[in-house]
Structures are given as C-alpha cells and as structure tokens.
Design a protein around this ligand. Structure first.
Ligand code: FE2
Ligand code: FE2
Length: 183
C-alpha cells in the first residue's frame, strides 16, 4: 500500500463496537448530544438571527419540542438499563459551522431562505439518525426504546414539513423583493 507523503501511517485500532446493543447505545449517545446541542446552542443561536416572524415562531415551537426530545432519549437509555451518556455528533457540528460561515455572505433580504434551509438540514440529519436507531431498536426487540424514538421522529418529520412550507414562501419573497429592487 502506498503511503501519503508527509503523513504519519495511520494506526488501525480493532473495532470497539461489537454488538447490536452496543451500536444502539452509540446511536442513542449521538442523538442525546444532538438534541442537547440543538436545545441549548444551535436553535437559540438561530432564533437570534431570524427576522421573519413566522419562521421564528416555527423554530421556537420546535425548540420547545426539542427540549422534550432530549428527555425521551434519556428515557430510552434507562429503558435498556443504561446510563444516559452523550457521544460526539460531528455531523451536526459540521452543519452548524457551514451555516455560520455561509449565512453572513447572503444579503439580509434573502438570508431567511438560508436560515430555513439550515434548519431543514438539521431535521434531515435528525430523521436519518432516528431512522437508524429505530431500526436497531426494533431488531433488538427494545419496544420501549422504539416507542420513545418514534415519538421524537414524528415531531421531526412534522417540523420538516412546516419548515418546507416556510422555505417555499421565503424563496418567493426573496425573489419578489429582488425583482422589485431591480425595477
Ligand atoms: Fe429533535
Ligand atoms: Fe428537530
């Protein structure tokens, strides 16, 4: 195998996660970090940026739900006799960093479109994580975990649909405003 010049050879550790139940704990840990980071950092940060009143209300409503999501993920840990413990969620951090770098490049009149798209990106990320964890819980026969996670998933899907409606409205608004200013 050819080594990359200037790069130390990578040390391959053996896989640490050996069973489906260990994998479920990892996924729950990632979900816990995601929900807590969204509730405490990402959504409050986004709310401070929002100018559009309707989008602000939608995001604020989902912030209230998100606080409940973290609680349900903790309950899911307890349902399988484990202590709630967060795991890294690098995908969420990536979405956040990307948005913080990109949004200021957009004129204020069109920035709501970008904020809404970022919020939708987070919902897609959550939905993917819940789908995966629910599949594992179902395969393991962990019915209470599945029920708790599905309750969160339903709210993520509803939030995504609501944000999708705002995205269409905001896109039209941004295009119309731009058209008016060009006349
Ligand atoms: Fe959530
Ligand atoms: Fe969400």
């Amino acid at each position: 195998m050819s080594a990359i010049p200037g790069k130390a050879p990578s040390v391959k550790l053996p896989p640490q996660i050996e069973s489906g139940s260990e994998l479920l704990l990892e996924e729950l840990g990632r979900l816990l970090t995601v929900e807590e980071t969204l509730a405490k950092v990402v959504l409050p940060e986004l709310l401070r940026e929002l100018q559009d009143k309707e989008l602000l209300t939608a995001v604020d409503d989902h912030l209230q739900e998100t606080q409940g999501h973290a609680g349900r993920v903790k309950e899911a840990f307890l349902a399988i006799g484990a202590m709630p413990a967060g795991r890294p969620a690098l995908g969420l951090e990536g979405l956040r960093v990307e948005h913080k770098a990109f949004a200021p490049q957009v004129v204020p009149g069109a920035r709501s479109v970008v904020h809404c798209a970022a919020a939708m990106g987070v919902e897609h990320y959550e939905i993917n994580a819940y789908d995966s964890a629910i599949g594992l819980a179902r395969a393991l026969g962990a019915q209470e975990v599945e029920r708790l996670l599905r309750a969160n998933l339903d709210q993520e899907v509803a939030a995504l649909q609501t944000l999708g409606r705002h995205a269409s409205r905001l896109a039209r608004l941004a295009v119309e405003e731009r058209t008016v200013s060009q006349v």
